[in-house]
Design a protein around this ligand. Structure first.
Ligand code: NAP
Length: 313
């Protein structure tokens, strides 16, 4: 008799597809769900079972990971009615206590608390586990997991068919979702501002008549050089915005961070300005492009000579 846990995965977007594939590669007996059925096909081809609803996954699996876009998606899948993840956990009856629901989505702490409370009311354990790292890190098992929940939920989520297969470091930051959600937003403040600032510099580089490649080379050799700027700078230079981490998600993260800042009474003028640029990129129809596309938001702001205040004066 095998004591291997049955593993489930909800949400096969850019990140979830790689994370679930990683679990398959580790030998997990896995059942997956995605709202758009077409995205389940690559996992089915790898040997995963495909469920039609989140409840089908949680009613049969011991540890279920979710990787969903935003608070609305996380709640729709976890607590949205008779097909939801929570309904599936409750249907396990006395076996519900063996269920662990691990939400890896980047959401605010209120969403984490609502989902966590609902999971626990249905008899299961809950862990918030947002991640740092992109799909390449997911594919190579190098994600960082920022966790919040009970020790029992954390222990159930770790292991060779869980977080250890998908990531190489993990932190248990607090007994509930709040600390994990907040820590993830701290990283996203930096990410959004750094890439927003890079976009601004690249727009100025072009407007100044400088060679973008040379300026990126110099930046890379300077104290401001880092992997993120090197990678995103090249994408901005080429105008290559195939999605890795999409504009709509970075803007969501800045929105959630600004909401938290508002509640805590912390002014975040730099983040507020960067958020405006991501909103502008969304308005330009770039929401599903890589967040390097925030560079394009600056094109709309370059004044022609005719409109320039200096020429008018
Ligand atoms: P994505 O490719 O846009 O995938 C989003 C997923 O959420 C899809 O499975 C989508 O289903 C599902 N979804 C959206 N709205 C839904 C709803 N109302 N009901 C049910 N399912 C819904 O996003 P991603 O890049 O994988 O990101 C997922 C999460 O990870 C986000 O919270 C993001 O902030 C975070 N994250 C992303 C990265 C990255 O580099 N991409 C890195 C770290 C953290 P459909 O396929 O049906 O639309």
């Amino acid at each position: 008799m095998s004591s291997q846990p049955r593993v489930g995965f909800l949400g096969l977007g850019i990140m979830g597809a790689q994370m679930a594939s990683r679990l398959v590669g580790a030998g997990a007996n896995i059942t997956v769900y995605n709202r758009s059925v077409a995205k389940t096909e690559p996992l089915r081809a790898l040997g995963a079972a495909v469920a039609r609803t989140p409840a089908e996954v949680t009613s049969t699996c011991d540890v279920v990971f979710a990787m969903l876009a935003d608070p609305r998606a996380a709640e729709a899948v976890a607590v949205g009615g008779p097909d939801s993840a929570v309904a599936g956990i409750a249907s396990r009856g006395s076996n519900a206590s063996a269920s662990t629901y691990v939400d890896c989505s980047t959401v605010d702490e209120r969403t984490g608390v609502r989902v966590g409370d609902a999971v626990e009311r249905s008899g299961g354990r809950f862990l918030a586990a947002p991640v740092s790292g992109g799909w390449r890190d997911a594919a190579s098992g190098k994600l960082l997991f920022l966790c919040g929940g009970s020790r029992a939920a954390f222990d159930a989520a770790c292991g060779p068919l869980g977080l250890d297969a998908m990531g190489h470091r993990r932190w248990l930051l607090g007994p509930g979702p709040a600390e994990a959600a907040r820590a993830k937003l701290m990283l996203q403040i930096m990410m959004g501002n750094v890439v927003g600032s890079l976009a601004e510099m690249m727009a100025m580089t072009r407007a100044s008549g400088l060679d973008e490649g040379s300026v990126l080379d110099i930046l890379g050799e300077s104290a401001m050089g880092n992997h993120l700027c090197a990678a995103k700078g090249k994408l901005m230079q080429r105008g290559d915005y195939a999605p890795n981490f999409q504009v709509y998600l970075q803007q969501k993260d800045l929105r959630l961070a600004l909401q938290l800042a508002d509640e805590l009474g912390v002014p975040m003028p730099i983040s507020a300005a960067a958020n405006g640029q991501y909103i502008r990129a969304r308005q330009m129809g770039l929401g599903d492009k890589d967040f390097a596309a925030v560079r394009a938001a600056y094109d709309a702001e370059v004044l022609s000579d005719k409109e320039s205040p200096e020429v008018d004066a």
